[in-house]
Design a protein. Structure first.
Ligand SMILES: Cc1ncc(COP(=O)(O)O)c(C=O)c1O
Ligand SMILES: N[C@@H](CCCC[NH3+])C(=O)O
Length: 443
């Protein structure tokens, strides 16, 4: 298994993250357990901030909180000087409760409700990323009602197909998100938005997809947006102060994944912006980005205890762990691949090939197929790497399985940032109507 960030194999032959032995983490916090290498998250934040500073352009780096949204993470992002992309009232609430500066919060989403719009307006967030005409009209009406001026970006689809899984590709014309540049809808939206008395049109937003390894897609998106900006300026005399190029920067889950350095993505984007916006006739706009996965993905490791196994001679050996698709639905959703190691015997030689199953009542609940490990025993500690993004945030209580705790590790210390769910948490919202006869609780 590739060792990201501060992860290493220590003298006892155990996996260690943030200076804490994984077997001690199991002892202290139990399994399954999400472990986050705090230093690696901070390093990634700093890589983005430094790369943008080096470009000389105005910028904001907004952490896409959908990747992993808990109060500690919002507080960390705020401390590192990042902005925040939220897509729901729940993410907004989490950020505000963590004390995230409202003026650095950007609100996304293709179906914001009236309640969400009012909540965000009342919180005085920095910017709405408007996705469609319904939202444009609703936002203008609510802002007028509250006698407020609101910053907006319009989300456009630049017609760029990112080379990634079709479910996480968003820049193409046939997408549920945004105003299409190609068919003229984006132009229409700019014309309309620029006339709204309570909306301040800062510019546009484009996001082409996720887990992208090449810079060409981003460069192409910059070119399309710049051509669009030039035509908008020429025909409407509207200048963009901000261009948001979204997130999508890839990470290394397994051998063969070939992400670029953060600085390489940023340089490609900022160079393209300088190049394509230079001739439009106004100052080069501020560049905003929204990385999620590349900030937290490689920093996450999930620890599981191995339970049962089933050997089907000549076919395969299944080993089951105490979590699965409830804490990591990505293999079932996207056929995502992961690497793993026995954290308690990380130095031992490979002796068998096993497939790692979860504990859900579902055949598709598989975490890793054909993983090479030492002879696996019940009680072993399996560490799956690169689970920091879209794992906790997409976790569920399927089969009424309690969601694991999340622990931040740094300099030899582990701190719980989300406590493990209890049985009481599982039933806390359940109600039994009176017409259903109440059964005596026997134990
Ligand atoms: C609008 C928008 N911004 C940012 C992101 C974050 O993407 P990633 O986690 O790939 O950086 C996404 C998710 O793909 C998104 O839809
Ligand atoms: N949830 C996806 C990424 C979605 C990106 C959000 N637009 C994943 O786990 O890869």
């Amino acid at each position: 298994m590739y060792l990201h960030g501060t992860s290493k194999i220590n003298a006892q032959g155990h996996l260690e993250i943030g200076g804490v032995d994984a077997t001690d983490l199991k002892e202290q916090f139990g399994t399954p357990l999400y472990v986050v290498d705090e230093q690696l998250v901070r390093d990634r934040c700093r890589e983005y901030m430094d790369a943008f500073r080096a470009s000389g352009l105005g910028f904001q780096v907004a952490y896409a909180s959908k990747a992993f949204c808990v109060m500690a993470m919002c507080a960390l992002a705020a401390e590192e000087g990042l902005s925040l992309d939220v897509v729901s009232d729940g993410e907004l609430f989490t950020a505000l409760q963590a004390g995230f500066p409202a003026e650095r919060i950007h609100f996304h989403g293709n179906n914001k409700t009236l309640e969400e719009i009012e909540m965000a307006l009342d919180a005085e967030i920095g910017c709405f990323v408007v996705d469609n005409f319904n939202e444009l009209h609703l936002l203008q009406a609510v802002a007028a009602d509250k006698n407020r001026k609101v910053n907006i970006l319009l989300r456009v689809t630049p017609g760029v197909e990112a080379h990634t899984h079709e479910y996480i590709s968003t820049g193409q014309t046939d997408s549920k998100f945004g105003f299409d540049i190609g068919n003229g809808t984006a132009f229409e939206a700019i014309e309309l938005a620029s006339k709204q008395p309570n909306l301040v049109l800062l510019g546009v937003h484009s996001h082409i997809g996720s887990q992208i390894f090449e810079v060409e897609g981003f460069q192409m998106a910059v070119q399309r947006v710049a051509e669009f900006a030039a035509s908008v300026y020429e025909r409407l005399n509207v200048a963009f102060k901000v261009v948001n190029l979204g997130g999508g920067f890839g990470i290394r889950y397994i051998d063969g994944d070939t992400p670029l350095e953060v600085s390489q993505y940023v340089k490609a984007i900022t160079d393209a912006v300088k190049n394509h916006f230079a001739t439009i006739g106004y100052a080069v706009p501020e560049i905003w980005v929204e990385p999620g996965r590349s900030i937290v993905g490689e920093a996450g490791t999930t620890l599981y205890t191995v339970g049962t196994s089933k050997d089907i001679p000549g076919v395969r050996k299944y080993v089951a762990v105490d979590g699965g698709m409830t804490d990591n639905p990505r293999p079932a959703l996207y056929e995502s691949k992961y690497e793993a190691v026995l954290a308690n015997r990380a130095n031992e030689a490979v002796q068998e090939t096993v497939s790692v199953a979860g504990k859900c009542c579902e055949s598709g609940d598989m975490l890793i197929w054909d993983l090479e490990l030492p002879k696996v025993q019940s009680g072993d500690l399996l560490a799956v790497a690169c689970t920091g993004a879209y794992n906790y945030s997409m976790a569920s209580n399927y089969n009424r399985i309690r969601r694991p705790a999340v622990v931040f590790v740094k300099d030899g210390q582990g701190d719980v940032v989300v406590r493990r769910e209890t049985y009481q948490d599982i039933i806390q919202n359940d109600l039994v109507p009176e017409r259903i006869a109440k059964q005596p609780v026997t134990r």
